[in-house]
Design a protein around this ligand. Sequence first.
Ligand SMILES: [Zn+2]
Ligand SMILES: [Zn+2]
Length: 278
Amino acid sequence: MILGAHCPLSGGFSGALRQAQDLGCGAMQVFPCRRHAEPSAEELSDFRRARESGSVRRLLAHSRFAPCLGSSDEGMRGRSIELLDRELRLAAALGAEAFVLHAGAYSEGSSREEGLERAAAAVREALDRSGAGLTVLFENVPGGGRRLGSALEDLGRILEPLRRAGRPCGVCVDTAHAWAAGFDLSCAEGMLRFLSRLHRVVGADSVGAFHLNDTRALLGSQRESHAEWGGGFLGAEGLRALLSRPEYADRPGIVELPLRSDREAFRNSLAYLRRLGA
Ligand SMILES: [Zn+2]
Ligand SMILES: [Zn+2]
């Protein structure tokens, strides 16, 4: 796997890139949008130029606004499509190869089926509006309530219409979220069972990236709680089984630590992964 980190934008896009390079990463993930100011054309081109000569070969953008793409409320859904369009344009301008997003939730009184259809159609619309030729990767989530994408079948169903329409798409697997959704990835057997089910439902080729996160949430708790590697419940055994799979050798594997984690925390987690053969 090509290891990377989700880098904060406090020092701008170039600061995020320097952090990834300083950590020895071959991949990185950023939010394409900051809360306020839109990046200038100059900042975007500086970033692209700086990346060409550095170690970071793979760039993922992660949706920041978690839009209501599966909502039955047309106003909210329309607003989400606009935000996603803007994020996709920025991601493309940064030179990202793929865009990671969560499918959101379906509305009260609606159904999972309908929510998945709406989310797929919304993503297609945003992709077409933006003209961005990015691969869209749907991330599995911890689940709970009406949230879409904790069951692998949800991901399979959301990809179907996009594939039929010829839009590049796939999934991004977050290990902490899969654990929270009830998949025991802490042992080799559990990890291999999860991966074979994933391949059956979405296809091995559609697994575009990993979020390599440990967690302090309980198995099946549907809780979001990322932790440094070695400090959570996932540990080494299942992870080693994942990292040794040859079909993922060229996939980015991104470490996402809780907000305000320092560089040392990233360094420790990346060292843990490297010791296991990543
Ligand atoms: Zn995510
Ligand atoms: Zn994630």
